[in-house]
Design a protein around this ligand. Structure first.
Ligand SMILES: [Zn+2]
Ligand SMILES: [Zn+2]
Length: 171
C-alpha cells in the first residue's frame, strides 16, 4: 500500500460532499545549504480535506512536522517546528498548466507525499538555528561563540610604521 497518495477514484466524493482523509507521509530528509534535516518522527500525519464542487475538486492540506539538523550558524543541533497549510484545485477539464489543474493529481491520485514535502519546504524559515540569538562561530578562529564568547582585538598599526610594514612584507 502506498501511503503517500490518495486514490481519488476509490474515494468517489460526490458533488457537494466534503471528505477528510488522514495520510501518514514518510518524509525523506531535506537538504538545505548542503546540510541534512530529518523529520522526527520519520512519518508525518497529513490531513487532507476534499471538497467536491461541480467540476472542480478543492484539496486543503494541513500538517505539522518537526525537523532536526545542524544549526546554520554554529552547527550544533537545531530543531524547527513547521505548521503548513496549502490549497490545490483540480478540474479534469482544465488545460494542463492551468492553476485549476493541480500538478499533484496524477492518474486520479493525489500525490500527498510530494505536496506535503513542497508545503514544508515553503514553510521553513530562511535560517534554521539552535536558538534565535545563536552567536555562531567566530569568523576569525572558528570557535563556538556560544560556548566561548570572545572578540579579536584588531592590532592597530601606527600609520607612521606603514612603510616599514610594507617593506617587511616585501622581504
Ligand atoms: Zn547555533
Ligand atoms: Zn575567535
Amino acid at each position: 500500500m502506498n501511503m503517500n497518495t490518495i486514490d481519488l477514484r476509490r474515494l468517489h466524493v460526490r458533488p457537494g460532499e466534503v471528505r477528510q482523509e488522514a495520510v501518514e507521509v514518510a518524509l525523506e530528509p531535506f537538504l538545505l545549504g548542503g546540510q541534512r534535516y530529518e523529520s522526527h518522527p520519520e512519518t508525518v500525519p497529513v490531513n487532507v480535506q476534499i471538497t467536491q464542487a461541480t467540476g472542480t475538486t478543492v484539496f486543503d492540506l494541513r500538517l505539522h512536522a518537526r525537523l532536526g539538523g545542524p544549526c546554520m550558524r554554529c552547527l550544533g543541533f537545531a530543531e524547527v517546528e513547521v505548521d503548513a497549510s496549502a490549497r490545490e484545485l483540480y478540474d479534469p477539464a482544465a488545460p494542463s498548466g492551468d492553476s485549476l489543474r493541480s500538478d499533484y493529481v496524477v492518474d486520479d491520485e493525489l500525490q500527498v507525499g510530494a505536496w506535503a514535502r513542497d508545503a514544508i519546504a515553503l514553510a521553513l524559515p530562511e535560517q534554521i538555528l539552535c536558538r534565535p540569538d545563536c552567536a555562531g562561530l567566530c569568523p576569525t578562529c572558528g570557535k563556538d561563540l556560544n560556548v566561548e564568547p570572545h572578540e579579536h582585538v584588531e592590532r592597530d598599526v601606527d600609520p607612521r610604521w606603514a612603510p616599514l610594514e610594507e617593506l617587511r612584507e616585501r622581504l
